[in-house]
Design a protein around this ligand. Structure first.
Ligand SMILES: C[S@@+](CC[C@H](N)C(=O)[O-])C[C@H]1O[C@@H](n2cnc3c(N)ncnc32)[C@H](O)[C@@H]1O
Ligand code: SF4
Length: 381
């Protein structure tokens, strides 16, 4: 059954075979416990709930069979929640179904929490492909991991990294959260990153969600704290040889995260699972966030969409600036012309004040512009 006709008539003539392929995101909404800072759609689960969810997720994937077959898959990303908490039996079930319908030509990423990294789980992954791992380290400050309500200590992060190394997983990324409180500077993170030297890092300034327990434990981080930590972290990563290629992403030796790169370049992607988002030109959609509703809709053969919005040319233009300017290389000028009068005015203003610049025929943010990205984007809206 064709559930979603895509719109590019010339797609099969594309010389760039990856270009028309879909990136696929699969959401696993389960966590062992909720971290005190996290506002992502995730919750605890029973074996029964996981079994039911995985079966329904596979049914949702099957609803997209024709689209997946027609377009092919460029990259696959298992995110959460905590996909790594799935048992080996659950992973075997999920992977066997997903790889049957959506085997990617390129990168496969699997998010893992340090406490889940074991030789047997990694060997299982190896049976299905060459996985890139995104490891949720968050911090190398023991006390901060406790304040975050994490399920692991610093030792466990190092143990996970040793296990990854011992099984030749040489493409892994660490997630780090910075700018939390005055008390924790970046020293421990920096020496740990130096020792581990991962191929990729995603660095996130803490977002303090008022509804999460951490908001009752610490003050809202201020600009000075943000600047102190960010300058230190960024400077150290540069001196270690990392290349910043996106506002919060660093890689060495070309190990960029290609799945996310597709988002920032405005490419199509299919989001599967509870609350997942997708963009299949010209529609952006999001799935049901309520587990029962999600399950019931898929069970009757319906796509579990909560929203489906037509993205007009004007919306897409704004997204092009919003997403493309997150990349250090920015946006090709030829893709931007002709500019609307508003875009021209915004571009002239921020080229003049130094927040934007043109480098190698591309429009990009300056170093200062990155810190003030919202200030720039608002003028393109
Ligand atoms: C979708 S989460 C899942 C990662 C994985 N479950 C874990 O905890 O390791 C992806 C990343 O978002 C970041 N994150 C989550 N909540 C955040 C917040 N409130 N502020 C900043 N970063 C956050 C964390 O670094 C986390 O690793
Ligand atoms: S940070 Fe990761 S483990 Fe913690 S609650 Fe969020 S998704 Fe779950």
């Amino acid at each position: 059954m064709v559930v979603w006709k895509f719109h590019s008539r010339l797609s099969f003539l594309s010389l760039n075979l990856m270009k028309n392929k879909l990136a696929v995101y699969i959401h696993i909404p389960f966590c062992r416990k909720k971290c005190y800072y996290c506002d992502f759609l995730s919750f605890t689960s029973s074996e029964e709930k996981r079994r039911e969810y995985l079966e329904v997720l596979v049914k949702e994937l099957e609803l997209y069979s024709d689209l997946l077959y027609e377009r092919g898959v460029s990259s696959l990303y298992f995110g959460g929640g905590t996909p790594s908490l799935l048992s080996e039996k659950e992973l075997e079930y999920l992977f066997s179904k997903v790889f049957e319908k959506a085997k990617p030509q390129g990168e496969i990423t699997f998010e893992m929490n340090p406490e889940d990294v074991s030789p047997s789980k990694l060997k299982l992954l190896k049976n299905y492909g060459d996985f890139r791992i995104s490891l949720g380290a968050q911090s190398f400050e023991e006390e901060l991991l406790k304040l975050f309500g994490r399920n692991h200590g610093v030792d466990e992060i190092f143990r996970a990294v040793d296990t990854l190394d011992s099984l030749d997983f040489n493409n892994y990324s660490l997630d780090i959260i910075y700018a939390v409180t005055e008390k924790f500077n970046m020293d421990k993170n920096i020496s740990a990153i130096k020792a581990i030297y991962p191929s990729h890092l995603s660095c996130y300034a803490l977002e303090l969600h008022p509804s999460r327990p951490l908001a009752k434990l610490i003050e809202e981080p201020n600009e000075d704290l943000y600047k102190r930590d960010w300058d230190k972290l960024k400077g150290s990563l540069y001196s270690m040889g990392y290349e910043r290629y996106e506002i919060s992403s660093f890689a060495r030796e070309g190990r960029l995260g290609f799945h996310n790169l597709n988002y920032w370049k405005g490419g199509d992607y299919l989001g599967l699972g509870l609350g997942a988002h997708g963009y299949i030109h010209p529609y952006r959609y999001s799935n049901e966030r309520n587990l029962r509703a999600y399950i019931e809709r898929v069970e009757v053969g319906e796509l579990p969409l909560a929203t489906k919005d037509y993205i007009s040319h004007q919306d897409k233009r704004f997204e092009k600036f919003m997403l493309g300017l997150r990349l250090v290389q920015g946006i090709k000028l030829e893709e931007l012309y002709p500019l609307s009068p508003k875009e021209k005015k915004a571009m002239d203003k921020h080229l003049a004040n130094g927040l934007l610049k043109v480098r190698e025929q591309r429009l990009c943010l300056s170093e200062e512009g990155f810190d003030l990205i919202n200030h720039v984007l608002v003028d393109f809206l």
